[in-house]
Design a protein around this ligand. Sequence first.
Ligand SMILES: [Cu+2]
Length: 145
Amino acid sequence: MPIRPAITLLATLLCTAALAEVHEVKMLNRGASGAMVYEPDYLAIAPGDRVRFIASHPSHNAASLPGLLPEGAEPFKGRINEEIEVTFDTPGLYGIQCIPHLAMGMVMLIQVGDRQASEVQLPASLPARAKARFEQILEQANSAY
Ligand SMILES: [Cu+2]
């Protein structure tokens, strides 16, 4: 390989790494939008960005939601009360759930990369309150575009 393209590629990789952002999400018993919430409950981020889930209140976790995960993305599951930082490399829409409070609607959405407006398919097996909150989040996200 000629030397110059190799150096250019390396510089590009370093720049991408330097630009990656860390976004913070609090896990709360009560927040501005109700009981058992992630705050914020919607993020639009760039591929390679990280999200830190902060155990602001006890008894929550953050885990990927099967059925609302981009193809090829790595599932993850934090422990209860654990602060985790997740890197989102694969573009697409991610559903995040608090496993003990899924039935109470403790979910959030993370959009990684450019948005594909039409294709949001919520998993059929979602509890009613989780489904309702996803729909609310999507409505707010759509009106912001
Ligand atoms: Cu919870």
